[in-house]
Design a protein around this ligand. Structure first.
Ligand code: LCV
Length: 259
């Protein structure tokens, strides 16, 4: 595995993101490795899975790999996007998934972390929802993920400013379950994992699936869905969608025109 490391002991699986030189940017291969490891750990009857970066990381993940975003005019976060597949795999895994968070979390990596069932972070962890900074429309399931985790006004502020929020704020608004000092977070996380592993895996998997299905009970009329898709197409067909990633790759501030 080039971008991750997977370990398994005491019925607990650990997937570590190891793509440090690119700040764990979520490229296609890294995401495929995460999905493969989740399925492998499920086959090995893991009762809990922990997803983390290397110990002491300053960046948990820099989000979607901007150099891989689809060309202008293509949906940047379609149903089959590797990030969406990883997110659905975490959601549907029978075992609870704990995000052990050290460092900053950006863009699509926020959705990956927020999809985990329990979030445990160090005091230096921050979260930045960045589509507006990149010129990307995001997607309905992703927006729902964020909406299900924190109040509308908090999520709107995070989307509109694209600025990081602190660990304390993330904890205050209920995004993070626990903030734990860096020198204690591993023991804290694995103690919780062992507590979960002692309980009935069948009961836990059914409760997790019930919460997933009931949490998604948002009836969307076909008209509403088509209107959302039409609005998103306006963005990813726009000049701003071309400008955002170009500015990032050229390491300069983007000049958005709203067209
Ligand atoms: C590719 C990268 C990335 C990266 N992709 O290190 O949610 S959406 O809709 O917005 C979605 C489209 C999405 O998730 O977009 C990505 C949003 N992410 C961000 O805006 C964060 C972009 N990255 C940064 O701001 C910085 O890299 C941080 C603050 C994360 C780390 O800064 P630091 O100074 O420690 P560098 O910026 O020097 O990055 C180290 C290497 O990682 C690459 C970056 O291009 C650089 O590569 P080179 O050494 O080859 O120049 N890198 C960082 N983020 N998202 N590549």
């Amino acid at each position: 595995m080039a971008y991750t490391r997977t370990e398994f002991s005491d019925q607990i699986g650990t997937i570590t993101l190891t793509h440090s030189q690119k700040r764990n940017a979520l490229n296609r291969e890294l995401l495929k490795e995460v999905v493969a490891s989740l399925h492998d750990l499920e086959n090995r009857k893991a009762r809990v899975v922990i997803i983390r970066a290397e110990k002491g990381s300053k960046v948990w993940s820099a989000g979607h790999d901007i150099s891989e975003r689809p060309m202008p005019g293509r949906d940047p976060l379609g149903y089959d996007d590797p990030l969406e597949l990883a997110i659905r795999t975490i959601e549907r895994l029978g075992a609870p998934v704990i995000a052990l968070l050290e460092g900053t979390v950006w863009g699509g990596a926020c959705e990956l972390a927020f999809t985990c069932d329990i979030l445990i972070g160090t005091p230096d962890v921050t979260f930045a929802i960045t589509p507006a900074k990149i010129g990307v429309p995001y997607n309905p399931t992703g927006v729902l993920h964020f909406m299900s985790l924190a109040g509308m006004s908090v999520i709107k502020e995070m989307f509109f400013t694209a600025q990081p929020i602190s660990a304390e704020r993330a904890s205050d608004v209920g995004i993070v379950n626990h903030i734990v000092p860096a020198d204690q977070i591993e023991e804290y996380t694995y103690t919780m994992a062992r507590q979960i592993a002692q309980n009935s895996p069948l009961s836990i998997s059914v409760i997790k699936e019930q919460i997933r299905m009931l949490g998604k009970a948002h009836p969307l009329s076909p008209e509403t869905f088509e209107r959302i898709q039409g609005l998103r197409r306006k963005v990813y067909d726009s000049a701003d969608y071309r400008e955002g990633p170009a500015a990032f790759l050229e390491k300069r501030r983007p000049r958005f025109t709203g067209e």
